[in-house]
Design a protein around this ligand. Structure first.
Ligand SMILES: [Zn+2]
Length: 356
């Protein structure tokens, strides 16, 4: 499995920042000229074909690799455009031979009046520690890129991780929704539930309302930039929460010797969110999707398998006797004539685990 670690650089000096920007401008030129040569039918390219471009040859060679891959996709895409077009904000890419990570210092070649190696400190975060652990365990580093986003500089490093495989056999079903962001039910192979976990959606609902009313107020005065800032803030908040929930779920799964996690295919989520307006629904299917992605990603790191099931009837069926009856579910409660009276989302998560 390949992972990407995005490291934030400590604020570079103005001088170094200018060097970054100059190199990025050259990358844009370089990529465009590579694409033009590819379009003209010249496929054997090397850094020597781009003498006029002021970049280290390692970067030119990496550009050739990147653009060739992009060009292949471009040809397949049946685009109306004449050729690939590169925006001003291209990343500077390196293959694993050309950058180094030493503690929290990365070093990369850049072009000033000649090719020169520069060292930059990155912020010492948990992500960095995680990456260093992988490096210590002799995982193979892949390509890396330096890029600029909203006033900050980042260095993204990819690394190949050996696929682990859990030998545990317990199963965790996870139901994802609005009132309860996630409900997990863990059962043994014999079908006995051994643990469960709820993640209440109240706080998220409160935050959602807060931002919605802020947006409305601003909407009248058409402050588009401020609205965008609010949207970004809300998304960051949800992202952090999704990270927290997924982390706790995986910790629980490891503790309870879960070998497989079962979730629903996302289609159902759109239906359960029918009560919301369209914008909210889009936001929600997006955050639900993100939560599933985080769970899947963290599960794989620990060797836990993730399966998706068809969500049909998971909220209407009785997890005890199997009867399917829509009216059994009333808001938060699922009650069946067989005597099964439980939280509706727990009932759903049990069904999800049972479907596997
Ligand atoms: Zn029943």
């Amino acid at each position: 499995m390949q992972l990407t670690y995005v490291l934030e650089l400590l604020k570079p000096t103005k001088r170094k920042e200018n060097i970054f920007f100059e190199n990025i401008a050259e990358v844009v030129k370089n990529r465009q000229s590579i694409a033009n040569k590819l379009k003209a039918g010249k496929t054997k390219l090397s850094s020597a074909d781009f003498k006029e471009i002021n970049l280290p040859s390692a970067v030119k060679n990496q550009n050739i690799r990147e653009v060739k891959a992009l060009y292949k996709r471009f040809l397949k895409s049946n685009s109306d455009k004449e050729n690939l077009e590169f925006k001003d904000n291209q990343p500077i890419c390196y293959n694993n031979q050309n950058y180094k990570i030493d503690n929290h210092i990365i070093s990369i070649p850049l072009y000033t009046s000649k090719c020169q190696r520069f060292a930059f400190p990155v912020k010492e975060t948990n992500r960095l520690k995680e990456l260093q652990n992988h490096i210590k365990n002799s995982c193979k580093l892949g390509k890396a890129s330096l890029f600029y986003k909203r006033g900050k500089w980042y260095f993204a490093v990819t690394i190949k991780i050996d696929n682990k495989k859990s030998t545990n056999s317990n199963v965790m079903g996870i139901d994802i929704g609005l009132r309860q962001l996630a409900v997990a039910s863990i059962k043994t192979t014999k079908g006995k539930e051994i643990n469960r976990q709820f993640y209440d959606g109240k706080e998220a609902g409160f935050i959602r309302k807060k931002y919605r009313s802020l947006r409305r107020k601003l909407g009248k005065s058409k402050k588009i930039k401020a609205i965008k800032n609010i949207n970004d803030k809300e998304q960051r908040w949800m992202r952090d929460l999704n990270h927290k929930i997924s982390k706790q779920l995986i910790n629980l799964a490891v503790q309870e010797q879960v070998g497989t996690i079962i979730m629903e295919n996302l289609e159902n989520i759109r239906n359960t969110a029918q009560s919301l307006n369209k914008a909210d629904r889009n936001l929600h299917s997006w955050t639900f999707y993100q939560l599933q992605q985080f769970i899947e990603y963290k599960a794989k790191l620990t060797g836990i398998k993730v399966e998706y099931i068809n969500p049909k009837y998971t909220s209407q069926s009785c997890s005890k006797c199997g009867e399917v009856k829509k009216s059994n579910r009333k808001a938060n409660l699922y009650s069946c004539v067989c005597g099964n009276n439980i939280h509706a989302d727990l009932n759903a998560s049990r069904n999800i685990a049972n479907k596997y």
